[in-house]
Design a protein around this ligand. Sequence first.
Ligand code: ADP
Ligand code: MG
Length: 398
Amino acid sequence: MTAPSPTPVGDVADRASAAFRTGYGEPPAGRWAAPGRVNLIGEHTDYNDGYVLPFALPLRTVVAAAPQPGTTWTVRSELTGEPVTFGVDEVTGAGRVPGWAGYVAGVVWALRAAGHPVPGARLAVASDVPLGAGLSSSAALEAAVLAALVDLGGLDLPADAQPRLAQRAENEYVGAPTGIMDQSAVIRCRAGHALFLDCRTEAVDHIPFDLAAAGLAVLVVDSRAPHRHADGEYAARRAACERAARVLGVPALRDVGVADLAAALDRLPDDETRRRLRHVVTENQRVLDTVDLLRAGRIREIGPLLTASHTSMRDDFEITVPEVDTAVEAALAAGALGARMTGGGFGGCVLALVDAAAADSVATAVATAYAARGFAAPTHFTALPTHGTTQMQGRAPC
Ligand code: ADP
Ligand code: MG
């Protein structure tokens, strides 16, 4: 198993500065960073107006930036080579800048649509967040770009308004239908805490999650399973939830509590819809139970809730694949306190709550199980909860 530990923030920040200098022939005015995130528990609850509990990873996307005169934006990424330049025409209508730079143009578009005078800018992006692994590299890119433009332009956009704006960039400009969790997590998370987010009200609470003090770690395993039909299956799950809410006469499945579950199940027409409902209702309750345990300082005891979440995703919501099931089973057999797939499903990452000293042996057990099943070797890292968007080292040349 290759085991890339997260690159220290300094390295990725240096790479962003170097990319800026090489690309534009001068130092940046500043650097802004946003983390990837992982969802501790609460899967497919966001679009049901429910609860999620993500935390920020020590993997970051850093944008080095400087203003440039007029209304033109140029962006380069160490991952893509060629710079992309766009002007006002490309940000008057959604989707006009295709590909990866669309996430950047989308932020400019959303800011302008909200009436902010966005300054022209040059940007260079470096990142340690793996792309497309379900760790939210897209929100990290949006959030870092947004922070850079807000600071460079002296725009009046408080942090609690930024997630919604970044989400618009991704939903409406790029055209990716995501909930509010990713952007909220990468912008608002605090070190040593998980972010308890009510997706209906967007209220957040910072829940103590001091893994290091408890001698624990979260092991994140990238299953490297190819995403099979993920978009179509996601749409089907959403449709099933909306169908159930209609039949039950509630605005969203968040309005069904565990106490109402048995009666609600009886009113649904088919077994598949019943299982979808059961996942959402019990998953929301697991988030609430996890928050209660964490508030009480009983971190170790959340393990069974994580594992129950996985079982529910596997059997009721049917969004797991053999690679992630294998990783969860192997992690538990090797002594993890709990383990679950995290993210939308059909691949992506698995997280396991482990004694810090056991992280390596659990990772090795997962790799061994993978090899025995003939799966491509997974990658892994351990994660302690870190903080959301930051401006690094002020505005001085760096
Ligand atoms: P995830 O958010 O789970 O990583 P997404 O499919 O939502 O996966 O977003 C990944 C996309 O975001 C990439 O394909 C790319 O277009 C864009 N992206 C994210 N980070 C970068 C980066 N550092 N450089 C260039 N493009 C990036
Ligand atoms: Mg994403």
